[in-house]
Design a protein around this ligand. Structure first.
Ligand SMILES: *Cc1c(COP(=O)(O)O)cnc(C)c1O
Length: 473
């Protein structure tokens, strides 16, 4: 399996998996995509049905990472997907809420959000690839919550890696702060920036824009466009499908709370691999860039000023960074068309596929979408609590709202639980009148000692800090 860029780079020299793993964007600004999707036959799918999560993961990732010896991959997935790390031997168990409606629990990892599934594996993979190649990497990112803590928990204590995570000083919840700042590993650096999340992102951009600095300190990222993350997430769609069905090619619909289009892209890839997935129900909150696209064909990223701060904050996005991978497929995998569309986007602020020769391919891809408000989230959290006795978090509520609205009684709808309610106590309190319960390991989290370095909004100061604390080989 080799990889090309959505904008045409590497077409003549497709890259192996390990080469794209540590890259952010391709040199032409595009995203890495496989040259073709491998395909599982119905017989191969049946054979995978009884597999453990780690064996299922191996069967899927080995098709995408064939430049890593199979035995090594097997060791890496077995070290990652353990009952200790994810709370049960099933790793991503499924709860049937009622016949035809199920919840897939992909958020039982160390930071209680689905991002752990991919990032825990990437932590193991990075360490392995860096050791093999005798390299080091300094991961620099900005976070307003979930991604940063999942990345830190995945990379803490790893050889050859240091993490520098910028967060807005005093603007995260006490729980989120504690999740990150209570890590005391020497290679984890929490930099509390005296500014907003946008200031943090601007500093990360400035650091990546300094090519000499970037090369000298091997600056890397683990953001949502990382192809390794997309592949790792494909596995739980297989697992969820097997748990929700009995076989014979029975199809399901998946409902996915979406922001950067990473999680639902994995569901789309699962279907490309041959999994019988019928529709993909995409849920947004008030930040409805993707809902607008699937309803109208118009893709229009928002400005920072137009981006709402909502009670499902991990879906508060202005543009959907993984969306370009889907567009690449619907325009017939023609990088010239992708380049033209993104040039139009830069010039006019958006593009419109409705009425073009590509719209039929978008519709054939089987996406339907829905948008939620704060009031919808509260109502859905209450309804799920009353009807099924299950507490869901506000992001999952966006997905369940979409599922209830769009579900087809003929097909089982599997809603993906993207975080646990314990992370979003204030919204649960507002909806249900009481705080959510916490997994035992999180009781008293806020009281643990915390460590962070406060820095001004100044890229030069952050660079100086990185120079001083960069990863050693
Ligand atoms: C990151 C995140 C999302 C959005 O996922 P994408 O892959 O960006 O679409 C939804 N819910 C939660 C809880 C998240 O952390």
């Amino acid at each position: 399996m080799r990889y090309v860029s959505t904008r045409g780079a590497w077409s003549a020299t497709p890259q192996p998996f390990c080469a794209v793993l540590l890259e952010g964007l391709a040199p032409d600004g595009g995203l890495a995509v496989p040259q073709a999707y491998p395909r599982f036959t119905p017989a191969e799918l049946d054979a995978l049905r009884p597999a453990s999560y780690a064996d299922l993961a191996l069967a899927i990732v080995e098709r995408f990472c064939d430049d890593i010896p199979r035995d090594d991959l097997a060791r890496l997935v077995r070290a990652t997907y353990t009952a200790e790390a994810f709370g049960s031997p099933t790793i991503t168990p499924l709860t049937v809420l009622e016949p035809g409606l199920a919840l897939l629990h992909v958020s039982n990892g160390p930071t209680l959000a689905f991002k752990d599934i991919a990032l825990q594996w990437l932590g193991n993979l990075f360490e392995y690839v860096l050791a093999r190649e005798g390299r080091t990497v300094n991961i620099v990112g900005a976070t307003s919550g979930d991604t940063g803590s999942a990345a830190e928990h995945a990379l803490k204590g790893r050889h050859g890696v240091a993490v520098f995570m910028l967060s807005p000083h005093g603007r995260m919840s006490a729980f989120q702060r504690a999740q990150m700042y209570s890590l005391t590993d020497a290679n984890v650096h929490n930099l509390a920036i005296e500014g907003t999340f946008d200031d943090c992102q601007d500093i990360v951009k400035a650091i990546n824009g300094d090519a000499a600095f970037k090369a000298r300190y091997a600056i890397g990222a683990v953001n949502s466009i990382n192809w390794g993350r997309i592949v790792a997430q494909v596995v739980y769609y297989f697992s969820g499908y097997f748990q929700a069905t009995r076989g014979n090619g029975e199809a399901v619909d998946f409902a996915v709370p979406s922001g950067n289009f990473g999680n639902i892209l994995s569901a789309y890839v699962a279907r490309e691999l041959g999994l019988p997935v019928r529709r993909l129900i995409l849920a947004t909150n008030e930040n409805d860039v993707l809902d607008e696209f699937f309803r109208s064909g118009r893709y229009r990223p928002r400005s920072a000023a137009e981006t709402h701060i909502t009670s499902s904050p991990s879906m508060d996005i202005a543009k959907a960074s993984n969306f370009e991978r889907f567009v690449f497929d619907v325009v017939g995998r023609d990088p010239a068309v992708v380049r033209a569309l993104w040039a139009e986007l830069a010039r006019d602020g958006g593009f419109d596929l409705a009425g073009t020769r590509h719209w039929a391919a978008v519709q054939a891809a089987g996406f339907v979408s829905s948008r939620s408000t704060h009031a919808d989230r509260l109502a859905t959290i209450r309804a799920v609590d009353e009807r099924y006795g299950v507490t869901i978090d506000p992001h999952t509520a966006d997905g369940v709202k979409a599922a209830l609205e769009l579900r087809d009684p003929e097909v089982t709808t599997v809603c993906v639980e993207t975080a646990l309610p314990a992370k979003f106590g204030a919204t649960i309190l507002e909806a249900l009148g009481h705080e959510p319960s916490r997994p035992a390991a999180f009781v008293g989290l806020e009281a643990r000692p915390q460590r962070c370095t406060v820095l001004p909004v100044d890229a030069a100061r952050v660079k100086a800090y990185i120079e001083e604390h960069a990863a050693a080989a």
